[in-house]
Write a protein that binds this ligand. Structure first.
Ligand code: AMP
Ligand code: MG
Length: 487
C-alpha cells in the first residue's frame, strides 16, 4: 500500500525555515522493525490524514520519521530552560524532532513532532530513545486531558521501533507522534534571549503572536500583550489542572508552552486522595512541583518568560521591568477567578452566588477532603449522585461522616444542579494503577487493557456500568506511586 497519508499532506516547515538559528536539520534513527501500537483515528481525520494509509507499512515509517514526507525538513529545536530552578542555557530536542507544520481541518497550523526518534546534537548523555511504556503513558494521559476539555498536546500514534532501549532493564523502544499547536516554550524565549540577538527574540515573539495570540498584534504594545495573553492562557490551564487533580510533575520552563497547552507528560499523575503535598515524580525530592504548588510555579515560570522578553517591552530596563511586574500581577487574579468559578461549577452552584457564600464552603470542604484522605475524583462525582437523593456514595468516602453531613446540609440549601456537576466532574481519569496495568500488558504485547482504559478515559463524563473498576480508587496494596522522567 502506498503511504499517501502524510506524504500527501503539505508540510510547511515554517519554523525550520524562519528560525534556522533554533532549528537543526536532523534525521530520525532507523527503526529496524516498526509496528504500530496505537493510532488516533479521530485526530488523524482532524488533521486531514487518511488513517488506512497511516496503518500501511509506509505510513508507519512516516509516523516515526523514517520516510520523510516531501517538503518536510525534520529539525531538532533548540531551547533553554530552568530545570528545578536552575538555568540550563542549552537543552533542546535531545530525543525528538519537529517534522513540520500541517494545516488542520480548521486551517490552523499544527506541529507534527516525534519523541524517541534517536540522538540529536542536544542529547548530551542521553540515548535519544524512549520506551513503549512511557510513550503509551503520554498517549493515554494526553488524550484523557483532551477529553476532559483541558488544552493539551495530542497523541497521533505510538509505534514500537523494534529496537531495545536500556533502562533499568532492556525495554522495547517506541516513538510517539505528537501533535501540538506549536512547540514554542518559555524555554524557547529564554534561548533566543540568551543568544543576545534581539532581532531573533523579536521574530520569535512575532511568530508566537501569529500562531497563538493574534489579538496581541492589534494591541498598543504587542509584545506586552503577548506576555499578558500567555499569562491568561496559563492561569486558565493551571486552574483546570487543579480542578481535576492533575499533577504535571516537571513544570520546568522548557515544559511550559506559549500556546497554553499542557506539554511533556513525564512524571505526571492524577491525584487520588486530596492532599496539596501530593508529588509523584521520583526526582522531585523537595516537592517543588507538588499539586498545591503548581499555581505558584506557573507564576514563577512566567516571571522567567518576562525576563526573556524584557528588551521587547521597553528600551529602558527599569520601565520594562515595571511593565512586566504589573502584567504578572494579573496571574493571581486570573488564576483565582478561574479556579473559583470552576469550583462553583464542580459543586453545581449558580454563577450568581457571591464568593462570600461559596468561598468558606469550598475551603471547609477542602479541609474535610484532606483530613479524610478522600478520593478527589470519586468525591466530586458522587456529589452529583447526592443531589439526586443518594448520599451514601459520598458519605461513605469519609471515615467520620458527621462533619461531611453538616457541610452537605449547607451546600444543599444552595440548590446545586446535578446535571451541571456531571458535565464537569469526570467518572474516569487515568488512575495510576490502571495506567501501570495497561502499560505493563502492552510492553508484554497485550494491548487490550490499554484499549479498554483509553475507551474509559476518552469519554470521561459518561458513566458506563461495565466500566466500574475504571472509576474506583487504587487498591490499598498499590502503595505510594512514583513516576520517572526521561524514560
Ligand atoms: P524532559 O524532562 O522530557 O522535558 O526532557 C528534558 C531534556 O532532556 C530535553 O532537552 C530532552 O530532549 C532531554 N532528554 C530527555 N530524555 C532524553 C534521552 N533519553 N535522550 C536524550 N535526551 C533526552
Ligand atoms: Mg521537556
Amino acid at each position: 500500500m502506498s503511504a499517501t497519508a502524510l506524504s500527501s499532506a503539505t508540510f510547511y516547515g515554517r519554523f525550520a525555515r524562519e528560525f534556522a538559528e533554533m532549528a537543526l536539520p536532523w534525521r530520525a534513527e532507523e527503526g529496524p522493525d516498526p509496528r504500530l501500537l496505537v493510532l488516533n483515528e479521530p485526530l488523524a481525520t482532524e488533521l486531514g490524514l487518511d488513517a488506512a494509509s497511516l496503518r500501511s507499512s509506509g505510513g508507519v515509517r512516516l509516523l516515526i520519521g523514517n520516510l520523510v514526507p516531501s517538503g518536510a525538513t525534520p529539525v531538532a529545536q533548540a531551547y533553554a530552560g530552568h530545570q528545578f530552578g536552575w538555568f540550563a542555557p542549552r537543552l533542546g530536542d535531545g530525543r525528538a524532532l519537529l517534522l513540520g507544520e500541517i494545516a488542520d481541518a480548521d486551517g490552523h497550523l499544527r506541529d507534527v513532532h516525534l519523541k524517541g526518534s534517536g540522538r540529536t546534537p542536544f542529547a548530551r548523555g542521553g540515548d535519544g530513545l524512549a520506551a513503549v511504556g512511557p510513550m503509551l503513558r503520554e498517549y493515554v494521559v494526553s488524550e484523557a486531558m483532551h477529553a476532559l476539555g483541558i488544552p493539551t498536546t495530542r497523541s497521533l500514534a505510538v509505534v514500537a521501533t523494534g529496537r531495545s532501549v536500556r533502562r533499568e532493564t532492556l525495554l522495547p523502544g517506541a516513538v510517539l507522534t505528537r501533535v501540538a499547536s506549536s512547540h514554542l516554550r518559555v524555554g524557547s524565549f529564554q534561548y533566543a534571549r540568551a543568544t543576545g540577538d534581539i532581532n531573533l527574540l523579536r521574530r520569535l515573539a512575532d511568530h508566537a503572536i501569529s500562531r497563538h495570540h493574534a489579538g496581541a498584534a492589534e494591541a498598543e504594545h504587542p509584545y506586552l500583550a503577548l506576555f499578558q495573553a500567555v499569562i491568561a492562557a496559563q492561569a486558565s490551564l493551571v486552574a483546570q489542572w487543579m480542578l481535576v487533580g492533575f499533577v504535571h510533575g516537571v513544570m520546568n520552563t522548557d515544559n511550559m508552552t506559549i500556546s497554553g497547552e499542557t506539554i511533556d507528560y513525564g512524571p505526571c499523575a492524577f491525584m487520588e486522595a486530596f492532599d496539596p503535598a501530593t508529588v509523584y515524580s521520583s526526582i522531585d525530592e523537595g516537592g517543588r512541583y507538588a499539586y498545591g504548588n503548581q499555581p505558584v510555579m506557573a507564576e514563577w515560570n512566567l516571571a522567567r518568560l518576562a525576563e526573556a522578553l524584557l528588551p521587547l517591552f521597553h528600551d529602558e530596563q527599569e520601565q520594562a521591568a515595571a511593565l512586566a511586574v504589573e502584567s504578572l500581577g494579573a496571574f493571581r487574579r486570573q488564576y483565582s477567578a478561574a479556579w473559583s468559578a470552576g469550583m462553583k461549577t464542580k459543586l453545581g452552584l449558580r454563577d450568581g452566588l457571591g464568593d462570600e457564600v461559596t468561598s468558606p464552603l469550598v475551603h471547609e470542604l477542602l479541609t474535610l477532603l484532606q483530613e479524610g484522605h478522600v478520593d478527589h475524583t470519586s468525591f466530586f462525582r458522587s456529589l452529583g449522585t447526592a443531589v439526586r437523593g443518594h448520599t451514601e456514595p459520598a458519605r461513605g468516602l469519609f471515615l467520620e461522616p458527621a462533619a461531611f453531613d453538616a457541610w452537605a446540609e449547607r451546600w444543599r440549601a444552595l440548590g446545586p444542579d446535578a446535571d451541571v456537576m456531571d458535565r464537569v466532574n469526570p467518572v474516569y481519569i487515568p488512575r495510576n494503577h490502571l495506567v501501570e496495568e495497561a502499560l505493563a500488558s502492552a510492553t508484554g504485547g497485550d494491548l487490550d487493557p490499554l484499549k479498554r482504559l483509553l475507551d474509559a478515559v476518552t469519554t470521561p463524563y459518561d458513566e458506563r456500568p461495565d466500566l466500574e473498576r475504571y472509576a474506583a480508587a487504587a487498591p490499598e496494596n498499590f502503595g505510594a506511586y512514583r513516576t520517572f522522567c526521561g524514560t
